[in-house]
Design a protein around this ligand. Sequence first.
Ligand SMILES: [Zn+2]
Length: 253
Amino acid sequence: MTKQNCALCGTEIGLLAQQKLADGNYICRKVCAKKCLKVMDLMHATLDQVKTHIQQIEFGTKAWEQIFVPLMKTKVKDEKLKYLCQNGQLVVSPSTGLVALIQNDYKFFVFGKTTRACVYRLADLYRYEYETEVTKDSEGKDVTKHFCYLGFSGVSGLSDFRLPISSQSDFLSIEKYFNTLFGIQKTLRNVGNNFKSQINAAKAVAQAVKAVKDKDADMEAKAAGAVEALDAAVYGDRTEWIKKADIALATVK
Ligand SMILES: [Zn+2]
């Protein structure tokens, strides 16, 4: 069968050691594929995405070591980290406005582990959804696997992924945590709290519509205001989250 050369390190790779990418490039499983986190879907990634992902891990691992690790031992209640997902792969730092996706790599014969991470701004988290997949076990019985799907906007490299969770109720507690963080109320019980931001959004839309009618010079500004107000109603106001995260990320050396 055909041998290929790894598009990253150039080494010649036999069929079993080849990882094909979405754009037809190949990378070696032994070294270069392992530079990516396991949740990265390489089959659907391009070579550029893989390269960006590797840089994302380099920066993310530094951010993990310099921001998250020191906070593990904090006694300050507001600075405590929140571990989501049963395997602790997703770690939120509300005080810095960041969330880390981590992977622990254990080495044979070497004591301890190394942790690598992708670190995201919480403000960029726009999708968190529940997904299931049904597979057959060795006896042919259906087994349902549960996942939490996360999608970040404006992120290059690994921007969306799904993490295994043990049940739907795991997802509901993750969803509730993020909704509370962003001030999003989805249940009818809380409709009163959400009402004000919806009214603001409606007002801004009405203004923008009026601006179009009147051929208002500020039309664009008003339309932009409407979009922002709508976003705030649906996703929560993220201004403070962006500020916090950018201040924290600027300290990473
Ligand atoms: Zn390689």
